[in-house]
Ligand binder design. Structure first.
Ligand code: MG
Length: 272
């Protein structure tokens, strides 16, 4: 067989595998018509997770259900411990101004301790095919946010997860997105706010968007702007079936939802 025929055969097999969804890892081929379900704060919305957002049980349920991705929120204590927790305060104490010791005994709704990033990544590595949608929360100063980004990179390396096919980053902090673009340009880096257009983000080196789903109808040219730059497109938090279908029609890559089981069925029914 000549080299030409061999390449053609390899290309045909690769195309067939891709069509059948048999890629070796999770698909990061943006704009290919595929819709990916992201469980918002894990798959917490079930009895097994005890309805506890950002819990280890919610991550495990998302992994076991086989959703493409599982989202979680990360805040940093004053002594540099990363906590998987949504709000910037716990029991009236600002997380970034309080040492970890003061949160050690706090419990989530399902009885779990608030997971540290070590607890969380130790569970994450058990299912490396579930993409981690890692939200870095806004902190009080740019210096604290720099430390958060640096500690994030170090922790991912420690757990063998410093890999753009296993983790994508999202943030409402433009400063954090700028730092990620500088330090880790190979990773997907999606801005969450509704105040900066894809054209501007792209000009600043940011390669993705994760807008509230209403932003696309308020700014009808923003989806096309993102696609024209090859940016990844995610949206939040899409809980009604009707809105899920609208986002699928628009052609987004990822849909972040508290009801990933419902979205999973819609994606399956639509053959996507
Ligand atoms: Mg979040």
């Amino acid at each position: 067989m000549t080299g030409k025929f061999i390449s053609a055969a390899v290309a045909a097999v690769t195309a067939a595998m891709s069509f059948a969804g048999c890629q070796s890892g999770p698909s990061m081929d943006w704009g290919n018509g595929e819709v990916r379900a992201v469980a918002h704060r894990g798959y917490w919305n079930c009895e097994e997770a005890g309805y506890a957002h950002n819990s280890i049980a919610a991550l495990r349920c998302a992994q076991e259900a086989g959703f493409w991705g599982s989202e979680f929120d990360v805040n940093m204590t004053s002594d540099g411990v990363l906590l998987v927790y949504h709000d910037s305060y716990i029991d009236g104490k600002r997380i970034d101004a309080t040492p970890y010791e003061e949160f050690r005994d706090c419990r989530l709704k399902n009885g779990e301790a608030i997971p540290t990033i070590d607890d969380y990544l130790a569970q994450a590595v058990k299912y490396p095919e579930t993409v981690l949608v890692y939200e870095l929360k806004s902190h009080a100063t740019p210096e604290i946010e720099d430390r958060l980004v640096e500690t994030t990179a170090a922790k991912l390396k420690e757990y063998g997860l410093y890999d753009p096919s296993k983790v994508i980053f999202i943030s409402f902090s433009k400063h954090i997105c700028d730092r990620i673009a500088e330090m880790m340009p190979q990773f997907v880096n999606q801005y969450l706010g509704d105040n900066i257009s894809p054209d501007q983000l792209y000009a600043d080196g940011i390669n993705g968007i994760d807008y509230h789903f209403s932003v696309f109808s308020k700014n009808p040219d923003w989806f096309g702007q993102a696609r024209s730059h090859g940016m990844s497109v995610n949206c939040w938090t899409v809980n009604a079936e009707e809105d899920m279908k609208k986002m699928m029609e628009l052609g987004v890559d990822c849909i972040t939802t508290d009801n990933p089981d419902v979205l999973g069925n819609i994606i399956k029914d639509a053959g996507r």
